[in-house]
Design a protein around this ligand. Sequence first.
Ligand code: PRP
Length: 194
Amino acid sequence: MSLPPGISEVLFSEAQLQRRVAELAAAISADYAGLTPLLVGVLRGVVPFMADLLRRLTVPAMVDFMAISSYRAGSPGGQVRLLKDLEISVEGRHVLFVEDMVDTGLSLHYLLRLLRERRPASLYVCTLFDKPRLRLVNLPLRYVGFQLPDRYVVGYGLDFRQRYRNLPYVGVLSADLLLADGPPLPSAAQGGPP
Ligand code: PRP
Protein backbone atom coordinates (compact mmCIF):
# COMPACT_ATOMS: atom_id res chain seq x y z
CA MET A 1 0.00 0.00 0.00
CA SER A 2 1.38 3.42 -0.87
CA LEU A 3 1.31 5.83 2.06
CA PRO A 4 0.57 9.56 1.84
CA PRO A 5 3.43 12.01 2.38
CA GLY A 6 4.25 12.41 6.05
CA ILE A 7 3.34 8.87 7.06
CA SER A 8 6.30 6.56 7.62
CA GLU A 9 4.46 3.34 8.47
CA VAL A 10 1.07 1.89 9.31
CA LEU A 11 0.80 0.97 12.98
CA PHE A 12 -2.79 -0.36 12.95
CA SER A 13 -4.50 -1.25 9.70
CA GLU A 14 -8.16 -0.50 9.06
CA ALA A 15 -8.96 -4.21 9.56
CA GLN A 16 -7.11 -4.32 12.90
CA LEU A 17 -8.91 -1.23 14.13
CA GLN A 18 -12.32 -2.52 13.08
CA ARG A 19 -11.69 -5.91 14.69
CA ARG A 20 -10.73 -4.31 18.00
CA VAL A 21 -13.66 -1.88 17.91
CA ALA A 22 -15.99 -4.86 17.41
CA GLU A 23 -14.44 -6.59 20.46
CA LEU A 24 -14.86 -3.47 22.59
CA ALA A 25 -18.46 -3.08 21.43
CA ALA A 26 -19.19 -6.72 22.31
CA ALA A 27 -17.74 -6.30 25.81
CA ILE A 28 -19.66 -3.05 26.37
CA SER A 29 -22.90 -4.57 25.06
CA ALA A 30 -22.53 -7.50 27.46
CA ASP A 31 -21.73 -5.28 30.46
CA TYR A 32 -24.62 -2.89 29.77
CA ALA A 33 -27.22 -5.54 28.95
CA GLY A 34 -30.66 -4.29 29.98
CA LEU A 35 -29.43 -0.68 30.26
CA THR A 36 -29.34 2.33 27.94
CA PRO A 37 -25.89 3.85 28.40
CA LEU A 38 -25.11 7.45 27.48
CA LEU A 39 -21.90 7.55 25.48
CA VAL A 40 -20.06 10.83 25.98
CA GLY A 41 -17.26 11.89 23.67
CA VAL A 42 -14.91 14.84 23.67
CA LEU A 43 -14.43 16.45 20.28
CA ARG A 44 -12.83 16.07 17.86
CA GLY A 45 -10.50 13.09 17.65
CA VAL A 46 -13.08 10.65 18.98
CA VAL A 47 -15.51 11.06 16.06
CA PRO A 48 -14.54 8.03 13.87
CA PHE A 49 -14.14 5.71 16.87
CA MET A 50 -17.42 6.86 18.40
CA ALA A 51 -19.27 6.34 15.12
CA ASP A 52 -17.91 2.82 14.62
CA LEU A 53 -18.36 1.81 18.26
CA LEU A 54 -21.90 3.12 18.40
CA ARG A 55 -22.96 1.20 15.29
CA ARG A 56 -21.68 -2.07 16.73
CA LEU A 57 -23.41 -1.84 20.11
CA THR A 58 -26.31 -4.24 20.53
CA VAL A 59 -27.83 -2.34 23.47
CA PRO A 60 -29.80 0.87 22.92
CA ALA A 61 -27.45 3.81 23.49
CA MET A 62 -27.54 7.59 23.59
CA VAL A 63 -24.69 9.83 22.50
CA ASP A 64 -23.57 13.36 23.30
CA PHE A 65 -20.39 15.40 22.94
CA MET A 66 -18.35 17.92 24.88
CA ALA A 67 -15.54 20.18 23.69
CA ILE A 68 -12.64 21.53 25.69
CA SER A 69 -9.76 23.85 25.07
CA SER A 70 -6.71 21.69 25.42
CA TYR A 71 -4.12 22.61 28.04
CA ARG A 72 -1.69 22.06 25.18
CA ALA A 73 -3.17 24.95 23.22
CA GLY A 74 -1.41 27.44 25.50
CA SER A 75 -4.19 28.08 28.01
CA PRO A 76 -2.84 29.91 31.06
CA GLY A 77 -1.47 27.57 33.72
CA GLY A 78 -2.12 24.59 31.45
CA GLN A 79 -5.78 24.58 32.46
CA VAL A 80 -8.56 22.81 30.62
CA ARG A 81 -11.60 24.92 29.78
CA LEU A 82 -15.05 23.69 28.81
CA LEU A 83 -16.08 25.05 25.38
CA LYS A 84 -19.17 22.93 24.76
CA ASP A 85 -21.24 21.19 27.37
CA LEU A 86 -23.53 18.19 27.06
CA GLU A 87 -27.15 18.66 26.06
CA ILE A 88 -28.33 15.44 27.68
CA SER A 89 -28.36 15.36 31.49
CA VAL A 90 -26.08 12.70 32.97
CA GLU A 91 -27.86 12.60 36.32
CA GLY A 92 -28.99 9.05 37.10
CA ARG A 93 -27.70 7.73 33.75
CA HIS A 94 -25.11 5.07 33.05
CA VAL A 95 -22.39 7.13 31.41
CA LEU A 96 -19.61 5.67 29.31
CA PHE A 97 -16.95 8.24 28.53
CA VAL A 98 -15.42 7.46 25.15
CA GLU A 99 -11.94 8.76 24.25
CA ASP A 100 -9.72 8.23 21.26
CA MET A 101 -6.54 8.68 23.29
CA VAL A 102 -5.46 9.00 26.90
CA ASP A 103 -2.06 10.55 27.13
CA THR A 104 -1.19 12.55 30.25
CA GLY A 105 -4.78 11.97 31.43
CA LEU A 106 -5.24 15.66 32.26
CA SER A 107 -8.19 16.19 29.89
CA LEU A 108 -9.97 13.09 31.12
CA HIS A 109 -9.26 13.88 34.77
CA TYR A 110 -10.92 17.28 34.34
CA LEU A 111 -13.93 15.89 32.48
CA LEU A 112 -14.53 12.93 34.78
CA ARG A 113 -14.51 15.22 37.82
CA LEU A 114 -17.03 17.47 36.10
CA LEU A 115 -19.33 14.57 35.23
CA ARG A 116 -19.04 12.94 38.67
CA GLU A 117 -20.40 16.12 40.26
CA ARG A 118 -23.56 15.65 38.17
CA ARG A 119 -24.31 12.33 39.87
CA PRO A 120 -24.49 9.76 37.07
CA ALA A 121 -25.68 6.27 38.06
CA SER A 122 -22.30 4.99 36.88
CA LEU A 123 -19.32 6.41 35.05
CA TYR A 124 -16.72 4.36 33.19
CA VAL A 125 -14.14 5.07 30.49
CA CYS A 126 -13.48 3.46 27.15
CA THR A 127 -10.44 4.60 25.20
CA LEU A 128 -9.24 3.25 21.90
CA PHE A 129 -5.62 4.19 22.57
CA ASP A 130 -3.71 4.43 25.81
CA LYS A 131 -0.22 5.86 26.23
CA PRO A 132 0.45 4.86 29.85
CA ARG A 133 4.07 6.02 29.83
CA LEU A 134 2.96 9.65 29.51
CA ARG A 135 0.38 9.51 32.32
CA LEU A 136 0.49 12.30 34.91
CA VAL A 137 -2.70 11.39 36.81
CA ASN A 138 -4.03 7.96 37.68
CA LEU A 139 -7.31 7.14 35.96
CA PRO A 140 -9.44 4.02 35.90
CA LEU A 141 -9.81 2.87 32.27
CA ARG A 142 -12.39 0.10 31.97
CA TYR A 143 -12.05 -0.59 28.25
CA VAL A 144 -8.79 -0.08 26.34
CA GLY A 145 -8.35 -0.83 22.65
CA PHE A 146 -4.59 -0.66 22.24
CA GLN A 147 -1.61 0.49 24.24
CA LEU A 148 0.61 2.78 22.22
CA PRO A 149 4.34 3.30 22.28
CA ASP A 150 5.48 6.87 22.76
CA ARG A 151 5.36 7.76 19.06
CA TYR A 152 3.39 10.45 17.25
CA VAL A 153 0.56 8.64 15.52
CA VAL A 154 -2.17 10.01 13.28
CA GLY A 155 -5.26 8.79 11.48
CA TYR A 156 -8.67 7.41 12.51
CA GLY A 157 -9.41 10.72 14.24
CA LEU A 158 -5.91 11.52 15.48
CA ASP A 159 -4.37 14.61 13.95
CA PHE A 160 -1.21 16.52 13.31
CA ARG A 161 -2.14 20.20 12.99
CA GLN A 162 -5.74 19.14 12.21
CA ARG A 163 -4.64 16.92 9.31
CA TYR A 164 -4.73 13.16 8.78
CA ARG A 165 -7.88 12.59 10.88
CA ASN A 166 -9.61 11.07 7.85
CA LEU A 167 -7.15 8.20 7.33
CA PRO A 168 -8.96 4.89 7.95
CA TYR A 169 -5.82 3.42 9.59
CA VAL A 170 -3.37 4.69 12.22
CA GLY A 171 0.08 5.58 10.98
CA VAL A 172 3.30 6.93 12.40
CA LEU A 173 4.11 10.51 11.49
CA SER A 174 7.49 10.78 9.81
CA ALA A 175 10.16 12.43 11.93
CA ASP A 176 10.95 15.19 9.40
CA LEU A 177 7.34 16.38 9.46
CA LEU A 178 7.26 16.32 13.23
CA LEU A 179 10.41 18.46 13.41
CA ALA A 180 9.20 20.92 10.77
CA ASP A 181 7.49 23.79 12.50
CA GLY A 182 5.84 26.42 10.36
CA PRO A 183 3.29 26.95 7.61
CA PRO A 184 0.39 24.56 6.98
CA LEU A 185 1.10 21.21 5.39
CA PRO A 186 0.91 20.90 1.62
CA SER A 187 -2.45 19.57 0.53
CA ALA A 188 -0.68 16.51 -0.92
CA ALA A 189 -0.23 15.33 2.67
CA GLN A 190 -3.90 14.42 2.67
CA GLY A 191 -3.69 12.66 -0.65
CA GLY A 192 -6.16 15.05 -2.28
CA PRO A 193 -7.33 18.60 -2.71
CA PRO A 194 -7.16 21.03 0.25
C1 PRP B 1 -6.53 14.48 22.46
C2 PRP B 1 -7.43 13.29 22.76
C3 PRP B 1 -7.78 13.47 24.20
C4 PRP B 1 -6.61 14.24 24.76
C5 PRP B 1 -5.76 13.30 25.53
O1 PRP B 1 -7.33 15.56 22.13
O2 PRP B 1 -8.58 13.28 21.95
O3 PRP B 1 -8.98 14.20 24.36
O4 PRP B 1 -5.85 14.75 23.67
O5 PRP B 1 -4.61 13.93 26.01
P1 PRP B 1 -4.28 13.99 27.55
O6 PRP B 1 -4.51 12.62 28.14
O7 PRP B 1 -2.81 14.36 27.57
O8 PRP B 1 -5.13 15.02 28.20
P2 PRP B 1 -6.73 16.91 21.50
O9 PRP B 1 -6.52 17.91 22.60
O10 PRP B 1 -5.52 16.60 20.68
O11 PRP B 1 -7.93 17.42 20.61
P3 PRP B 1 -8.64 16.67 19.38
O12 PRP B 1 -9.47 15.55 19.94
O13 PRP B 1 -9.48 17.74 18.76
O14 PRP B 1 -7.56 16.17 18.46
